[in-house]
Design a protein around this ligand. Structure first.
Ligand code: MLT
Length: 315
């Protein structure tokens, strides 16, 4: 029997799929204390597979102690909570489930765009305080506005398709997409500078990489069109929060919507959290019932295929 540990409140569908093979024993451990790498390192030696979402950090120390671990599965897209270099060095396969939450995350970015354009969170808070602030909460229309998508991968493409249906003009910056491929999507490919200068709304859909960390900083914010609005449902490290706070406070940027933070959850005393023109969600990009079932099913099937047949369907 192989043994797999499932963590981070993954949909029970993952356990069902692995156990249905009859050759995999599953331990579900949602205990927050064992998502600490020190604690996880103490128990990981008993497992052939580890399935996680974003709550568990699979550090080099965990990997060092993973005597028989063969595969780490990430039920989601970003594998930045897994030390891939350490895993690869030890011959441990790291796989993710990128298709499972694409639509859900794209829908969240678009929800954030609407909420930002029409001040929906601020209006809810104001009404709860017994106010009726129609004048203060006047918004902007989406129709005819330029949406700049940074990163035209799985999620960026769904955002583009939906935004075109909303009658937005869609431009995108992505060094890995050809202008011809973009044209087929109805998107005009530009470089980052052009995107910053032309967009009314900018939405980020890039992975966390050395090249994307701090991509939105004082300099890139200053190059944005005055009155632009920023949406980040990618990774927190892509945006410099101090610089964003300064740009919105100074009035050059009209507002921002953030789903992700460099440290999650963020320190509640962070000044940006109380800025009236910046709205937030607690990393809900992939949080729909549908997406969580999809990613759990996909990662369980992929892990079973690898453990039982040595087949890698996505890594
Ligand atoms: C992902 O990488 O799949 C999303 O950010 C969702 C998550 O981390 O929970």
């Amino acid at each position: 029997m192989y043994r797999v540990m499932i963590r981070d409140n993954m949909s029970p569908v993952a356990k069902d799929i692995l156990e249905a093979t009859g050759r995999i024993e599953v331990v579900v451990d949602n205990d927050k204390t064992t998502s600490n790498p020190e604690a996880l390192a103490k128990v990981i030696g008993e497992f052939d597979g580890l399935a996680v979402r974003s709550g568990t950090r699979v550090t080099a120390h965990v990997i060092e102690n993973a005597g028989r671990l063969k595969v780490v599965g990430r039920a989601g897209i970003g594998v930045d909570n897994i030390d891939q270099a350490a895993a690869t060095k030890k011959g441990i396969v790291v796989m993710n489930a990128p298709g499972g939450n694409t639509v859900t995350t794209a829908e969240h970015a678009l929800s954030m765009m609407f909420a930002l354009a029409r001040n929906i969170p601020q209006a809810t808070a104001s009404l709860r305080e017994g106010k009726w602030e129609k004048k203060r909460l006047i918004g902007v229309e989406i129709t005819g506005k330029v949406l700049g998508i940074v990163g035209l991968g799985h999620i960026g493409r769904v955002v583009a398709e939906r935004a075109l249906g909303l009658k937005m003009k869609v431009i995108a910056a992505d060094p890995f997409v050809s202008p011809e491929a973009a044209v087929k999507m109805g998107v005009h490919l530009v470089d980052l500078d052009q995107l910053l200068a032309q967009s009314d709304f900018i939405t980020l859909h890039v992975p966390r990489l050395k090249e994307t960390e701090n991509l939105i900083n004082a300099d890139t914010l200053a190059r944005m069109k005055p009155g632009a609005r920023l949406i980040n449902c990618s990774r927190g490290e892509v945006v410099n929060l101090d610089d964003l706070y300064a740009a919105v406070s100074g009035g050059h940027i009209a507002g921002a919507a953030l789903d992700v933070f460099p440290k999650e959850p963020p320190d509640p005393s962070l000044p940006i959290l109380s800025h009236p023109n910046i709205i937030f969600t607690p990393h809900l990009g992939a949080s729909t019932g549908e997406a969580q079932v999809n990613v759990a099913r996909m990662i369980a099937q992929q892990m079973a295929a690898y453990l039982l047949d040595g087949v890698i369907t996505n890594a």
